[in-house]
Ligand binder design. Structure first.
Ligand code: GAP
Length: 514
């Protein structure tokens, strides 16, 4: 099946099975805003717990914070968001549709890459095992022609973006003959800068209301609380502050479901270190974070780093962890070495000294910062995409199954009485009552056992426990494993132990500590 179709099916699966709904759906929705349903919220909470505990439970020197969404507006001046958190916009005069100029050019570059890849694929098929891809790429005339075009456009695009040369950005769109996908015309306006922050008013107008912003990242709440946490927690450098919370960005090109949203959630950790030691810590956190992703078992080959060549003015190293979504490898997490930019800038704008006295060095300094920043929603999408499977069964039927990591699954086990009579429902309820304090359980007695198994497969429940007539005699049940569909007869007494081992986050945390 084409990847585009897989993605469409995943999106409708999310809705049909109560994971993600479009926001305000009965009013025809609100662009790039989504609600999480009964299973979605459980999965999301489990992802957050996996992240939170891996930060504050496994690291003695990482502590948590929950700062407010509204902050003093000068914070966003100091962070650079008021002046520089912009996207370049362009409108098509015929369709009246608005686009991000950089995205139009990146899509154009993507199409050239696709053409090159098609040539490579064709040649690989033709030459079979003897195919030397590197040689083909460096000698084939058509590939070289496409590559030269790509290099030329990319060089001009990077220069225009780096120098904020919006006239040339527009000219590049015209020169590449990029058309509006709706009107099909090249009738473009000028390129303008558009700030991504949402703002609102705080206080009544008669008092002189203050313009405040909905935070576009959670990180600044950590920076402005650096001294509060350091002093009250008696924290010694190196140490980190972790936070999970909502962030808001008025994204222009909001697409690909929950990948790019206007209201989303971030899990960020700022790690404060001695100046000069930041690149060593950057390397450590880069490795630690990739291990965290890979421990979920969705496939090692699905992750890759993308090191940034072009760095933000305040960073001296940056990398993304990308996951192979159905629409290609995409950023899920960023790891940035942000130098002392943020703390120094807040010191300057607030007029308050923000320094750390290092007792070992017997001197004060502004700490350097390594940031790990991951979007909860993108992580959610990567877990769903990596788990969604349509399996052809031996009987010809198709089984839709979410092979979610057991520790993240919304429901850990379903207890199913084989029939709705003869005391089986009561026995099944007894089992739920026994296990409900440890695991999120579901009781289901409706429809055939096969249909009930399918329902649980579709929401990713790792275990189904079936209670039959024999259970009443021997106190044993059938446990069915989601991924293999194998079944085993086990005692009711042993259920807690069997399930706990597989669904506990402890198993994941042990992998992280290896
Ligand atoms: N404090 C650094 C920071 O915010 P970022 O690369 O802009 O860095 C970090 O964002 C992460 O937040 C991204 O890797 C992504 O997972 C998530 N994210 C950013 N914008 C998003 C959006 N519009 N919708 C969903 N997730 C988003």
């Amino acid at each position: 099946m084409a990847q585009e179709d897989v993605f469409k099916r995943l999106v409708s699966h999310c809705k049909e099975y109560g994971f993600v709904f479009p926001s305000s759906e009965i009013y025809d929705g609100l662009g790039a805003v989504y609600d999480y349903g009964q299973y979605g919220v459980e999965l999301k909470n489990n992802i957050k717990k996996y992240w939170w505990d891996s930060m504050v439970l496994l690291n003695e020197n990482v502590v948590g914070l929950d700062s407010a969404i509204f902050m003093h507006p000068t914070i966003w001046k100091a962070s650079g968001h008021v002046d520089a958190f912009n996207d370049p916009l362009i409108d098509n005069k015929d369709s009246k549709k608005r686009y991000r100029a950089d995205v139009l050019i990146e899509d154009y570059l993507g199409k050239i890459e696709e053409k090159i890849n098609k040539e490579v694929e064709k040649a690989a098929k033709r030459f079979g095992e003897a195919f030397d891809e590197a040689q083909f790429r460096s000698t084939n005339a058509r590939v070289l022609e496409h590559q030269a075009k790509w290099d030329e456009v990319h060089a001009r695009y990077s220069k225009a973006m780096n120098e904020s040369d919006f006239e040339d950005l527009r000219q590049l769109i015209l020169d590449c003959e990029i058309v509006c996908p709706i009107s099909g015309t090249r009738n473009w306006t000028e390129v303008r800068q558009f700030n991504l922050m949402f703002s609102t008013e705080m206080g009544s107008t008669s008092d002189g209301a203050m313009k405040v912003y909905l935070r576009p990242e959670t990180a600044q709440g950590i920076f402005v609380n650096f001294l509060n946490v350091q002093k009250t927690g008696r924290m010694k450098i190196p140490f980190g502050i972790a936070q999970i919370g909502k962030a808001f960005r008025n994204e222009i090109v909001a697409r690909q479901f929950i990948f790019r949203m206007r209201e989303f959630e971030q899990m960020e950790m700022q790690f404060f270190v001695r100046p000069g030691e930041e690149l060593e810590w950057f390397k450590k956190w880069k490795a630690t974070r990739l291990k965290w992703h890979k421990a979920l078992g969705l496939g090692e080959e699905k992750y890759r780093y993308h090191d940034h060549e072009k760095l933000a003015h305040y960073a001296n190293a940056a990398t993304d962890i990308e996951f192979e979504m159905p629409f290609g490898f995409k950023e899920v997490e960023g790891i940035h070495s942000r130098t002392d930019f943020d703390l120094s800038s807040h010191e300057k704008f607030s007029g308050k000294k923000i320094q750390y006295f290092d007792p070992e060095l017997n001197k004060s300094y502004t700490p350097y910062v390594i940031e790990t920043s991951i979007g909860v929603d993108r992580m959610f999408l990567s877990v769903m995409a990596g788990s969604y499977d349509e399996e052809k069964l031996e009987n010809g039927e198709t089984r839709v199954v979410l092979k979610l990591p057991a520790a993240l699954a919304p429901i850990k086990l379903a207890v199913l009485p084989l029939v709705k009579k003869d005391g089986l429902p009561e026995k099944a309820r007894e089992i739920v009552d026994m296990l409900k304090f440890d695991f999120k359980c579901q009781y289901d007695e409706k429809d055939s056992i096969g249909k009930r198994y399918r329902r649980q497969d579709a929401i990713g429940t790792p275990y189904c426990i079936t209670v039959d007539h024999q259970t009443l005699q021997d106190q044993c049940v059938t446990i069915r494993f989601r991924d293999t569909m194998e079944q085993e007869r086990v005692s009711i007494e042993s259920l807690q132990g069997i399930i706990a081992e597989k669904v506990s986050m402890k198993t994941l945390f042990k992998k992280l500590s290896e």
